[in-house]
Ligand binder design. Structure first.
Ligand code: G4P
Length: 529
């Protein structure tokens, strides 16, 4: 119970969106409101416009100098807000999934012109699986977009979550006048400005207030009264528990670029969003209030200076207090480690820290001891769960082009896949290496980094593999299946056998023949249910 005060201040979340919906802009505006940056344009977009490895590396290099952009921390209204950044490029979606394991809630940005897009649907699936509370921000209201009712319906249908509008827009596009805040019965009138820091929110006495007619024209005030009454009648007051249970998503309308509607979003977020939550391990659930420290690594960021192969492992503190210089047990390696210079990330810098609390993210210098999902404790043997690998979409075989550099290639591919850049499946005998990714860009990045950082030349040859499936079932049946399909069995990073099914048809046939075996497309099927 020693750290309850600290825990109750922490709000750790991620902003997620389909590329271009406005995630970077919104993040920046949050930092502006949090007083962390003074001007817009300070947050570098991690968007990759051209899908070339060199572009990616260039961006990563810039970001690598200040890996701080991976986590941004700032105090706001007595709370301590931790924003975890997620990659903008769809080929790096798995990185985003993993980051979602380290947050307690998310803000989902939707472009009002485009509505719910493909990547948003996928990201929401992960949130749903983990029951992560979601607040929706419908952005770009200064542009002619879809009708708000239509947008809400689309969110409910495509994202499979009930919505609860917190504000209601008055027109949209060139005619956008602002929003009506339903709970406060206030008007927030729109003014196009990229620099202003606060909205002029006007408290009115409900929809009957005559000032409404003065501030809006007759048509707009009549339409607002009609809409707001309807919306209020349908939704009523927000039940906070429904949001915390991830059954209902509060929805705001605004324009991040114009700093409009951002303040009310942030204020509601710090009020509503959950504090650090308990997290499952292979032994028991760990509550944040527990006195002893625990945490897990959810991201590893390479140091892009090729002369140093050290990396930064991002650790989410789950319980107790993390202290600089104190030895902690790395449960997978069964070894103790001390960290002389752990980092805390501020908006645009990183600082050596002495203590961190549940919800915080600590940057640890790593010389190759960490893999994604690794757990640190004060000695208890437990391993955090819920950081599954997902079946990749594209599979290729790694071909060594320089036999003199086999060792370097071996080491390189192990380390880069430990970072989570791609999934590695090794087949024995012969040590054939199949690499799986979500997108083509990752292969280019792997090839580039293997050559530039490890001096190893390689090629990736496409392999017709539909899915990587982890398996569960009676041991005898599994052994029989693995013998029968030995050409298609490989082992993942944790030495679990995986069936590399060539086609959906072959997978179906295998399932029919071996009814007792369940084929899973994520490595943690128990969590998936
Ligand atoms: P992302 O991180 O989700 O990929 O999106 P990002 O914030 O980079 O925004 C994508 C584009 O949308 C940017 O324009 C940004 O200025 C614009 N944008 C963000 N919020 C709003 C908004 O409320 N209204 C309007 N009209 N546009 C918005 P860009 O031209 O791609 O980049 P830039 O040259 O403006 O930086």
């Amino acid at each position: 119970m020693a750290y309850e005060n600290e825990i109750s201040k922490r709000k750790t979340f991620a902003i997620i969106s389909h590329p271009d919906a406005g995630k970077t802009t919104l993040t920046e505006k949050f930092l502006l409101f949090g007083g962390q940056i003074q001007t817009a344009g300070a947050v570098k977009s991690n968007k990759i416009t051209k899908t070339a490895a060199s572009d990616f590396m260039e961006i990563e290099k810039q970001r690598g100098i200040s890996v701080a952009t991976s986590v941004m921390t700032f105090p706001y209204k007595g709370k301590w807000v931790n924003i975890l950044d997620t990659p903008g490029h769809k080929d790096f979606a798995e990185d985003t999934y993993r980051t979602l394991t380290a947050v307690d809630s998310v803000i989902l940005v939707i472009d009002c012109v485009k509505g719910v897009e493909e990547q948003t649907e996928r990201l929401m699936e992960v949130c749903r699986m983990r029951k992560t509370p979601v607040i929706v921000f419908i952005n770009k209201m200064d542009r002619d977009g879809k009708d708000p009712y239509e947008l809400l319906e689309e969110v409910e249908e495509k994202l499979n979550i009930k919505v609860h509008p917190m504000s209601w827009p008055i027109n949209g596009g060139r005619d956008f006048k602002g929003v009506y805040l339903l709970a406060d019965q206030s008007l927030n009138l729109f003014e196009s400005s990229k620099t202003k820091k606060a909205d002029d929110v006007i408290a009115i006495q409900g929809l009957d207030d005559e000032r409404l007619d003065k501030m809006l024209n007759e048509r707009d005030s009549a339409k607002l009264r009609e809409d707001a009454e309807l919306v209020d009648g349908v939704y009523g007051a927000l039940n906070k528990q429904d949001y915390l249970d991830a059954d209902v998503a509060p929805v705001f309308f605004g324009s991040a670029l114009n700093n409009f509607g951002v303040q009310e979003l942030l204020d509601t977020f710090v009020e509503l969003a959950p504090n650090p939550l308990a997290r499952p391990t292979n032994a028991r659930d760990v509550a944040p209030e527990e006195a002893k420290f625990t945490g897990f690594v959810f991201k590893i960021h390479a140091n892009l200076d090729p002369r140093h192969r050290d990396r930064i492992a991002f650790l989410r503190v789950c319980s107790g207090r993390f202290e600089r210089g104190k030895p902690y047990s790395h449960t997978r390696l069964e070894k103790n480690f001390k960290f002389a210079n752990p980092y805390l990330f501020l908006a645009d810098s990183k600082e050596v820290m002495d203590n961190a609390y549940p919800g915080d993210v600590v940057g640890l210098y790593d010389t190759g001891n960490f893999k994604i999902g690794d757990t640190l404790t004060e000695g208890e043997k437990l391993q955090f769960k819920g950081i599954p690998s997902f079946s990749p979409e594209i599979f290729k075989e790694l071909i060594n082009l320089d036999p003199m550099k086999s060792k370097q290639l071996e080491k390189g591919i192990q380390q880069l896949t430990d970072e989570g850049l791609a999934s590695l499946f090794i087949q024995e005998p012969g040590s054939r290496k199949f690499v799986g990714t979500v997108g083509e860009l990752q292969f280019e990045v792997l090839q580039y980094r293997l050559e530039h950082e490890y001096g190893a030349k390689c090629r990736f040859e496409p392999r017709a593999i539909h899915k990587a499936c982890w398996m569960s079932g009676p041991a005898a049946d599994l052994a029989d299946f693995m013998k029968y399909r030995s050409n298609n069995i490989a082992y993942d990073k944790d030495q679990n056998p995986v069936f590399l099914a060539e086609t959906a048809f072959i997978l179906r046939m295998a399932q029919e023949k071996y009814e007792s075996i369940v084929f899973h497309t994520t490595s943690e099927f128990k969590v998936e249910g």
